[in-house]
Write a protein that binds this ligand. Structure first.
Ligand code: FAD
Length: 467
């Protein structure tokens, strides 16, 4: 099933643009005004996760010149997992984070640790054939295994809860879920999924909104900040990590050592460089801007629900996302706060409008939550490719990057760290499978790129509305 198939962009975009205002709704704004406890915007220090984090990580600012085997730029999960895997194998690793470790997407996301890829497996089947598609499928399961084994081996307290589900938002989406179920079970031999019809779904999600559910018991959800901080605490013992240490320039040297400048002052010399800056990688390699686009996605956290209300809305405590192109995603925390996200935007957002519309979605999904207080609202940026497949590559033999997880990076960033580390060590088979997936490229002229993608998102909103 292709959920956000940008390849089908085209004729509908203009219609979508013109009609988009039809679907924004203000009918819940009065209620929203009453239930907001604190109105927060985008800043990562104002998320539910920041309020409930169970550890803090103290790291220095780089204040000297250093040399190392591998310099990792970016302290999200891609960077931390790469640094950890290499340091564990004896490499001298320096990790440089511009702001705070896991202060961006990795520490503020929806917490869903998901199977497969945003583009759907048939994209890989069509492009590369069944053999490679099956390898990519098993790598996606490996991504989840890495998260689970990190939690276990490093004893990370991040509230793992098994189970995620794709909920059919329209009747015909259920037919697509049936098809996906058949492909997963028959073609990929996956035994961890169940398909539920409308009445069965109603017993698993306390909402009348859905026509069916594809439930996956192998995937799950976590407190992403606690996970990322837990992993970073281990990494800190083995690699040199620095915060508030922004890489301001990199002089790549094809045949020798790379030179990085930090905060405009200090130098790090490295034999290998790993770019793990998500949508900001292109600052160091402009050609990467053609491969991904930045989007923002929005999240609310309610106050802690009573046990009976929590049980009424999600009795088996799975995480859910729906089958639309611009979807909602939600889950309960261990303390029964509902984390409810969605409303992806491209370009400069109208944040109050998105907040209203997200709250409207929340109440439409769970009318029984009207009056429940919303304690946090935040948004963050991630990168996506136009084919919705992740984008891994090398700039030179000794410069690696991974980006464009397209909203599914919580598991995939861990896999990226593992396979970039393997490739640097000399085992690049898995990395090369990903590197062979070429994204659809788009102009890197910011204004044109944003206009194109924005039109695309209007188009998909319209598709969700009318189809
Ligand atoms: C609100 C939200 C909800 C999401 N929900 C989910 C979900 O439920 N499930 C899922 O699978 N995925 C989800 N995602 C996506 C997922 O969080 C990301 O794909 C993943 O965390 C990307 O990890 P990363 O390490 O590559 O990037 P990031 O976490 O963005 O880290 C990049 C780091 O690089 C640093 N950096 C940038 N420039 C420099 C520089 N010049 N020098 C040094 N450091 C620099 C940044 O400060 C940042 O810390 C969500 C994303 C968001 C924003």
């Amino acid at each position: 099933m292709n959920r956000r198939d940008f390849l089908k962009l085209g004729v509908g975009m203009g219609v979508g643009f013109a009609g988009s205002k039809l679907i924004s709704s203000n009918n819940s704004s009065a209620l929203l005004d009453k239930v907001i406890v604190e109105f927060y915007t985008g800043h990562s220090s104002n998320t539910y996760y920041f309020d409930s984090q169970n550890s803090h990580i103290e790291l220095p600012i780089l204040a000297e010149d250093l040399s190392c085997d591998v310099c990792v730029v970016g302290g999200g999960l891609t960077g931390v997992s790469t640094a950890l895997k290499l340091a564990e194998r004896g490499y001298k690793v320096v990790l440089l984070e511009a702001q705070n470790i896991a202060g961006q997407a990795s520490g503020m996301n929806g917490g869903q640790v998901l199977t497969a890829y945003e583009c759907g497996m048939e994209y890989f089947e069509d492009k590369f054939g069944d053999k490679i598609a099956k390898q990519l499928w098993s790598l996606s399961l490996q991504a989840i295994d890495i998260v689970k084994s990190n939690i276990k081996n490093y004893n990370i307290n991040c509230s793992w809860q098994s189970g995620t589900g794709i909920a059919a938002y329209k009747e015909k989406h259920f037919a697509a879920l049936q098809e996906e179920y058949a492909i997963m079970t028959e073609k990929y031999g996956y035994t961890q999924v169940e398909l539920y019809d409308k009445p069965q779904t109603r017993t698993l999600i306390g909402s009348d909104q859905y026509y069916g559910l594809l439930y996956d018991r192998f995937s799950g959800h976590i407190h992403p900040l606690n996970y990322a901080l837990g992993l970073s605490q281990i990494c800190k013992q083995k690699a040199q990590m620095f915060t508030k240490s922004r890489v301001t320039e990199i002089k790549f040297n094809q045949a020798g050592v790379h030179h990085l400048t930090i905060n405009g002052k200090h130098q790090v010399k490295a034999k290998f460089v790993v770019l793990a800056c998500n949508y900001q990688n292109s600052l160091f390699a402009p050609e990467l801007a053609y491969k991904v686009v930045k989007f923002d996605t929005y999240v609310m956290a309610t106050e802690s629900l009573s046990p009976s209300l929590a049980h009424e809305i999600l009795p088996n405590r799975m995480a859910v996302f729906d089958s639309r192109n611009i979807m909602n995603y939600y889950r309960l925390t261990e303390q029964n706060n509902l984390i409810f996200g969605g409303g992806d935007t491209f370009g400069k957002p109208d944040v109050p409008q998105v907040q209203k519309s997200l709250y409207n979605d929340l109440i439409n999904t769970f009318p029984q939550l009207a009056g429940v207080k919303v304690k946090n609202f935040w948004y963050g940026a991630d990168s996506m490719t136009l084919n919705l497949a992740p984008n891994f590559g090398r700039l030179y033999d000794t410069v690696y990057y991974a980006q464009g997880y397209s909203g599914q990076g919580l598991a995939l960033s861990n896999l990226a760290g593992q396979i970039i580390a393997d490739a640097i060590i000399g085992q690049s088979e898995k990395f090369d499978i990903f590197a062979a997936i070429k994204p659809l490229e788009i102009t890197n002229i910011g204004v044109i790129q944003q206009a194109f993608v924005k039109m695309g998102s209007y188009y998909f909103r319209m598709k969700d509305y009318f189809e």
